[in-house]
Design a protein around this ligand. Structure first.
Ligand code: NAP
Ligand code: MG
Length: 514
């Protein structure tokens, strides 16, 4: 063999080895093996390059980015990697006061005097820019909050734009919304939102408030303020008059300062029931209007005549969607006794195919738990639930070595007074129980301090109507779950809060109607 030939052979051998290595790396990515099924998914990550994240963000007040009075910034963590993503300004009473003053000036001087159709035009503009920048917003939401990219891409961002489009249409038709009545805006609204749907919750609150002619100070959740700050850029791009929307980032005390500010006319809050109650107490002696969207422990009722495979899919979507970080999650499954055993078998089989992992991967079904404290809360409650007894099932998922991940699980055969069946866990944890008659299903579904949502699965319309009439919940889905639309009102009974967001009803809390 000549020297040249020998070199060529060694090169070829080497490249074979490298190829082999590469292939091994690829297939080891996401492998799901269920009896009789064997899937291999290649990674399909969305690019981070589409979004530019600054090292730190200031408040957005009177149309400009302004440094916090305290000079303090808080870290925002990517829950899938535990890396610091950026920093946000920590707002204090002075920052809140500055923002409320800016909102008041904008309200008195510009926004309340502007012809309604012009207000609508700004909202359309915001909606269109959100659509244009949707990919960037989806990646930012996923990096910041850990939710799978397919959810932020297909649910959060399109729905946020849809809310701006929907309420843009109402801006110049308010007199038709409430025929025979005269309506006018309220003034300055303080809006406080949680971390589970950051941009969408901002849109739910901003769009109706602005359409009705109010100005706003928004306080995003400390863990997920990134898309609110990108939204501030959108508002600038849309040339929204200065001060119409102000965004003050920070922690609980920042929200408390907004609630306490004497020149705020209305508070809209979405978050935990405990903080909701505290806010209700703090505004009770004032003239402030208040709407509260709080927690839930919603029941998903499956009758024996339901299309079982669809119901399994709906139950999975109801509780494991967005890692169970959904106030209306179907966290209590009520199964008709005759189908319970078979249903749970099918549910287990489906749970084994749920892909838990990198939220930026387009294949991922269940991403990262939003932040460390929430991960710890879920873990503690599940551990306590195991001690309480009953049947526990958790899908065996290979979790990433870093980040806050939790495999989907359920508890069955526990008593109705167990922690798991009563507390809002806000994670991928399902509580399962059974019933024998529709009346028992209704009684069990209503046996909770909450009343946000419910699901009913049956092929009989009459049974669905009878059950729905008996349920004390603000939203009821039939043969589907977790479907949202800007035209539908959303809100709860009892400890799930009061007031409605979305649809025509969502305009009411932002208007004085005479
Ligand atoms: P949270 O602790 O109540 O926080 C919600 C918002 O309130 C955050 O921006 C928070 O700031 C702020 N806040 C905290 N303490 C405050 C105070 N004393 N005064 C005024 N504002 C204050 O709730 P979360 O943990 O973010 O969210 C999870 C909860 O929200 C769950 O219970 C869930 O059910 C509920 N939720 C309900 C709905 C609904 O529509 N019904 C929707 C989503 C979530 P920090 O971020 O700095 O704490
Ligand atoms: Mg974060």
């Amino acid at each position: 063999m000549t020297k040249k030939k020998a070199q060529k052979k060694t090169k070829a051998k080497k490249s074979k080895v490298t190829k082999k290595k590469k292939t091994t790396k690829k297939t080891s990515s996401v492998k799901k093996t269920v009896k009789g099924l064997d899937f291999v998914y290649d990674p399909a990550p969305e690019s981070k390059a589409v979004v530019h994240i600054q090292n730190k963000y200031d408040h957005f007040i009177a149309g400009k980015f302004v440094a916090p009075n305290s000079g303090k910034y808080m870290k925002s963590i990517n829950p899938a990697t535990e890396e610091v993503l950026t920093k946000h300004a920590v707002g204090d009473e002075k920052d809140v006061d500055r923002a409320v003053k800016a909102a008041r000036v904008a309200y008195e001087g510009v926004w309340s005097k502007m012809p309604a159709e012009e207000r609508g035009r700004y909202l359309y503009r915001i909606a269109r820019i959100l659509q244009e920048r949707s990919r960037e917003f989806a990646v930012a939401e996923t990096l910041d909050g850990g939710k799978p990219i397919k959810e932020s891409r297909d649910v959060d961002i399109p729905l946020a734009a849809a809310h701006f489009f929907y309420y843009a249409g109402w801006a110049d038709k308010l007199e038709y919304a409430f025929p025979g009545k005269s309506v006018r805006s309220i003034g300055v609204c303080g809006q406080i939102i949680p971390w589970n749907f950051p941009l969408l919750m901002a849109a739910w609150k901003l769009a109706p408030a602005l359409a009705a002619g109010n100005c706003v100070v928004l306080k995003p959740a400390e863990q997920t303020s990134l898309t609110a700050m990108l939204l501030a850029e959108v508002l600038q791009e849309a040339e929204l008059p200065d001060g119409v929307v102000n965004i003050v980032t920070g922690e609980g005390p920042t929200g408390a300062a907004l609630v306490a500010h004497p020149d705020v006319n209305k508070i809209a809050f979405t978050g935990s029931t405990d903080i909701g109650k505290l806010i209700a107490k703090n505004v009770a002696h004032t003239t402030k209007k208040l709407t509260l969207e709080l927690g839930g422990k919603s029941a998903n009722i499956v009758y024996e005549d339901a299309a079982i495979d669809q119901a399994v899919e709906g139950v999975v979507n109801g509780i494991y969607f967005n890692q169970g970080h959904v106030c209306c999650a179907g966290s209590r499954l009520l199964l008709e006794e005759s189908i319970a055993k078979d249903f749970l078998k099918k549910l287990q089989k489906r749970m084994k195919t749920i892909r838990v992992g990198d939220p930026l991967d387009k294949n991922t079904d269940l991403g990262a738990i939003n932040h460390k404290e929430q991960w710890e809360k879920i873990k503690t409650l599940v551990d306590q639930g195991k001690e309480e007894g009953g049947d526990f099932y958790q899908a065996e998922c290979k979790l990433p070595s870093k980040g806050y991940f939790f495999s989907p699980c359920y508890f069955a055969k526990q008593s109705g007074s167990s922690l798991i069946s009563r507390l809002e866990i806000f994670g991928p944890v399902l509580s399962v129980s059974t019933f024998r008659t529709p009346d028992e299903a209704i009684t069990k579904a209503n046996d909770t301090p909450y009343g946000l949502a419910a699901g009913i699965w049956s092929e009989k319309g009459s049974k669905i109507h009878k059950t729905a009439n008996g349920l004390k919940a603000g939203v009821i889905w039939a043969n589907t779950y977790n479907k949202f639309d800007p035209t539908s009102p959303f809100g709860g009974f009892f400890e799930s809060g009061y007031g409605r967001e979305g649809g025509l009803h969502g305009l009411l809390p932002y208007l004085e109607v005479k």
